[in-house]
Structure formats: C-alpha cells, structure tokens
Design a protein around this ligand. Structure first.
Ligand code: SF4
Length: 326
C-alpha cells in the first residue's frame, strides 16, 4: 500500500500544476490526463519503484500502537441513563450519544451545530469548558470528527446527566447530531481567499428555516455538506444534499447536488439543475425534503427514497416555484 501511494505522489509531483495554487490538486491532474492515463503512469511508477520503497517495520507498527492502548476502564454495568429524565435530556441522549463497546460507558458528541452559530465554530470559553470536561469524564481525550463536532469517547453512563448539564451551560448540547442541521460547511467567503461564495450565511439561513427539532427528527438522517468553491473542503460531492457556492458575474449562487454518500454505499451526488440564488437555498432544500416526506415508505431514510424513486421528481420539486434559476 505504501509503495503504491508513493507512486501516486511521484506521478503527481512530476506532472501536477505546482505553478498554480488553484490547480495544485491531484484531482485536477487526473482530470487533465484522464483516469486511464493517470492509472497507467502510476502502475509504471509502481513497477519501477516498488522494490526500493520503504517497508513498514513491525517495530514501527508497535511504536504507533503504543499510543492507542485501551483506557483503564472500570468494570461497570450498562443501564439506561435516560430513564425517568426530562424530555430534553432524553432527546440529547438519543441523538448526541452512542453505545460504547465497554459496558457502563457511552460516547458523547459535543455538538458544534447550535442554531445561530457557524457550523464547527467554538469560542475560547467553550474550548476551555470542553477541555476541563474531558479531563474530568473522558480520560482527558477529545476527538474532532469530520462532521465538525467533537467527541468525548469514553464517558461513564452514570455521568451523562451531569455532562449534558455542563454542555448545555455552554451551548454545546444541541440535540441535532445526524439531523439536517448537523451540516458540514467550509469557511467559505468569510474566511477563505479561494472561495467563490459564502457558506456561513447560507448555513444560518438553513438553521433558521429548519429550527424545529420535531420536524428535524421527523426528517431523520439527512446529510447536508457545503463548500464555497470546487476545492470541496466541505465534501459537498458526498452530501445527501450537496451545496456548492459558485460565482456568477460577481454574485453568489449555489449549485445543488443530490444523492451523494460517503457511508456504506459510496456515491457522488448529481447536480439537479441550474444554480439558485443565495436567498433561495433553504427554500429549495425545503421543497426537496417536503417531497421526500410525501414519497417515503415507512421508516425509509431520505437517501434511500432518493435512490428508489430517482432524481427526476426531486429536480421538479426543487424548481417548482423557483423564480430566478440561471
Ligand atoms: S471549499 Fe471552502 S475552504 Fe475549501 S478552498 Fe473552497 S472556499 Fe476555501
């Protein structure tokens, strides 16, 4: 594997567009050479360099493994920590915690998706609070997730209620993990010099339009991923609903893709049609998810309904009352 990866890097190093920051990407090279030609070059490079490639030594594997020893878990029994608690805690327990393979423990998401806040952002006070909490309840470890949340991986079930209260105090307990507003958004035009369009204002627009937890729970598992340009730091290609910011004559417009997935059945989303203006993004998404609500079978997730019925009805509904697609 290492020697093959090295061959890919060597081909990129030789032919990649290092002269142009915007094009210094392997995907740009693959597109310009074509997949077949790129593969041919990698195979040839691998054939020539394989024998002299660095080998992964068992001692190195062991050295790295030593950083990932199991935590000193206590011997505890599982129990339902949400039983008899108030509905707000039960919702948080259901959406923001996950089972643990060690009995008596649970993994806890620290939601960085409170409505009104930029997805994935934290204040320094929140960081201090999570650091102190991790020190106290999760072996001093915090994991950052690719979905722009944090995870306390090893929390004793008996401490979940207190953890929830502490996270609530710091606006870090929004019970929306895995729902539509648990979206990924890159920094976009507000912070990134490569951006074509803003993402954070669009995220806010979506949060405002979908600010009803019962409605979000009814929609279930829907992943929105948003990027401010084709570099795709927000992974929009693999969002169930992908949003890509594009620049049209100095104005911010947004291309919508549907059907992407990075889990299980991996797929790239398909562009549904013309871009929509900034003010229309959340309304377009609402029309799409409303159609899902009418088409879904009992218990069927958005992505599964989409795969079953195809893109056409969703395209039609996305533009149903659209005034200004271009
Ligand atoms: S995808 Fe977003 S963060 Fe990445 S380069 Fe484009 S605007 Fe910047």
């Amino acid at each position: 594997l290492l020697s093959y990866l090295e061959a890919i890097l060597r081909v990129y190093n030789r032919h990649g567009r290092r002269d142009n920051l915007n094009k210094a990407r392997i995907k740009v090279l693959v597109k310009s050479l074509g997949v077949a030609r790129f593969r041919e070059q990698v195979e040839e490079e691998w054939r020539l360099g394989r024998a002299r490639a660095a080998r992964l030594q068992a001692s190195e594997v062991e050295r790295v493994r030593s950083f990932f020893r199991p935590q000193p878990y206590e011997t505890l029994e599982d129990f339902d920590a949400s039983a008899g608690r108030e509905p707000a805690f039960q919702a948080w327990y259901r959406y923001n915690t996950r089972p643990h393979r060690v009995s008596g423990y649970r993994a806890v998401f620290v939601s960085l998706k409170a409505h009104g806040q930029n997805p994935g952002d934290m204040s320094c006070e929140q960081m201090e609070a999570v650091a102190a909490l991790a020190e106290r309840v999760s072996f001093g470890l915090i994991r950052a997730t690719h979905n722009q949340n944090l995870l306390l991986a090893d929390v004793r079930q008996s401490e979940l209620y207190e953890v929830w209260r502490e996270l609530q105090r710091h606006q870090l307990a929004m019970p929306n993990i895995g729902t539509l507003t648990d979206m990924i958004a890159c920094p976009g035009l507000d912070f990134c010099s490569l951006a074509n369009a803003g993402t954070l204002a669009v995220a806010k627009q979506i949060q405002e339009r979908f600010d009803d937890l019962d409605y979000l729970y009814d929609l279930g598992d829907i992943e929105i991923k948003m990027s401010g340009c084709m570099n795709a730091c927000g992974h929009h290609h693999v969002g169930h609903i992908g949003i890509l910011g594009v620049d049209k004559h100095g104005e911010e417009w947004y291309q919508i893709t549907l059907g992407g997935s990075a889990n299980g059945f991996t797929a790239l989303g398909e562009v549904i049609g013309p871009s929509v203006p900034k003010s229309e993004v959340a309304a377009t998404i609402e029309r799409i998810v409303e159609l899902y609500r009418t088409l879904r079978a009992e218990g069927e997730r958005f992505i599964d309904t989409l795969r079953r019925v195809g893109l056409a009805p969703f395209k039609e509904s996305a533009y149903a009352t659209h005034p200004a697609a271009a």
